[in-house]
Design a protein around this ligand. Structure first.
Ligand code: MEV
Length: 432
């Protein structure tokens, strides 16, 4: 093994952990404190954790990685991802690389409008009560315009009001009022729940009914994020697979998810591998995003895929994704958790809307990675390659040795630590 660093050795994944941190730190302009927050030293302390939730006895670590090659709306984006599952980060980075020749991902997001729900029971006549609430829309909106002066200054606030009549339910008919509130750069749960509680007495006095639930809806379909990508045909062929074969197999794999909820659940799980990893890294509420995604996937009454795949007039593969994305860059853990703060800086998202679009792009890329693997060689080969890297590392391989040794183990179909040690010993003997 030569000493000078080859191109292969310089690849991000072949760098040592501290070299990788250095690269990211320079690109994202991290301070020493921010760097320390990633090393497990200056991260979430038990003292801070103790202020975040109840009954704290410790903190729980997960790997934080950075996905490479993402070009989103013309900007180079380093994507921090927190996930325990191997292959996810490598696979998504590879897809981001394939997307570069066509200009990468194009992402957008709706205005950050959350929906809050008020359940109104026991009205004398539901259609009449509905009319009364809508007649008083401006008064109701004014009631909650000033709950957060900072948010108001930033341009947030109540936007609209809808009243729905639930015709049939286990308790019969009732009304549901939807408050639409622009929460700007916050996830918005606190703002909207406060607004709903403020609104409830006025709703009761206007309708003569009884307000029961006052809570946001996680089906945040006023706050959709979307992304699209083109993968040139020339990027699709590999090994024995032709580009048309890869594309058409991806389309057939997607069609399976589009038509069958059993497959759609797994397909969407793969999307959420990417989505959640960024949502967690940035300190956002991944249960909220999960709930919104799956409810949105079932909006037609039949659970289906969150992505679509097709081909353009040149035969290139084109894909798109759309899903609710209630994430923020201020408030909650996004600012309290030191690692989330640093992750947000690495990502460089300047607004919640930009963050939402980036997350959608990552979800789309992750879906492509899974479909491409499943529709060609299967996912086990990639998993085995990563497993082989871990075995190589455990056997003591260093730097570039790791991937070369891993490749040899895979080629020999003998991914054991004993074999890895044998090969390493042979190499070291030769070097003497
Ligand atoms: C595994 O975490 C995710 C996949 O199952 C997704 C999919 O099947 O599309 C590979």
């Amino acid at each position: 093994m030569g000493r000078a660093k080859s191109k292969e050795q310089n690849k991000f994944y072949n760098l040592s952990l501290s070299e990788r941190l250095q690269v990211v730190s320079e690109r994202a302009n991290l301070t020493p404190e921010e760097e320390a927050s990633l090393s497990g030293v200056g991260g979430l302390s038990v003292q801070l954790a103790d202020h975040m939730i109840e009954n704290v006895i410790g903190v729980y670590g997960l790997p934080l990685a950075v996905a490479q090659h993402f070009l989103i709306n013309g900007r180079e984006v380093l994507v921090p991802m927190v996930i325990e599952e191997p292959s996810v980060v490598a696979a998504v980075s590879f897809m981001a690389k394939l997307a570069r020749s066509s200009g990468g991902f194009f992402a957008s997001a709706d205005e950050p409008q959350m929906i809050g729900q008020i359940q109104v029971l026991d009205v004398a006549d539901a259609p009449t009560a509905r009319c009364i609430l809508l007649e008083n829309k401006q008064r109701l909106l004014a009631e909650v315009a000033e709950i957060d002066p900072l948010l108001q200054r930033l341009g947030g606030g109540p936007r609209d009001l809808e009243v729905r009549l639930i015709e049939t339910s286990p308790i019969g008919q009732f009304l549901v009022l939807h408050l639409i509130y622009d929460v700007r750069d916050a996830m918005g749960a606190n703002v909207i729940n406060t607004a709903l509680e403020r609104l409830a007495p006025l709703v009761e006095s206007l309708t003569g009914g009884r307000v029961l639930l006052r809570i946001l809806s996680n089906l945040a379909d006023r706050r959709l994020a979307r992304a699209r990508v083109t993968i040139f045909r020339s990027e699709l062929a590999f090994d024995q697979f032709t580009s048309d074969e890869v594309r058409d197999n991806i389309l057939a794999a997607w069609a399976f998810a589009a038509a069958d909820p059993y497959r759609a659940a797994t397909h969407n799980k793969g999307i959420m591998n990417g989505v959640d990893a960024v949502v967690v890294a940035t300190g956002n509420d991944w249960r909220a995003v999960e709930a919104g995604a799956h409810a949105y996937a079932a909006r037609s009454g039949r659970y289906t895929t969150l992505t679509t795949w097709g081909k353009d007039e040149h035969g290139n593969l084109v894909g798109a994704i759309e899903l609710p994305m209630a994430v923020g860059i201020v408030g909650g853990a996004t600012r309290v958790h030191p690692v989330a703060r640093t992750a947000l800086k690495i990502l460089g998202a300047r607004s919640a809307q930009e963050l939402a679009g980036i997350i959608a792009a990552v979800g789309l890329a992750q879906n492509l990675a899974a479909l491409r693997a499943l529709a060609t060689e299967g996912i086990q080969r990639g998993h085995m390659a990563l497993h082989a890297r871990q075995v190589a590392l455990a056997a003591g391989a260093l730097g570039a040795e790791v991937s070369i040794l891993a490749q040899q183990l895979v080629a020999e179909k003998d991914i054991r630590i004993e074999r890895a040690t044998e090969i390493l010993t042979e190499w070291r003997e030769k070097e003497k």
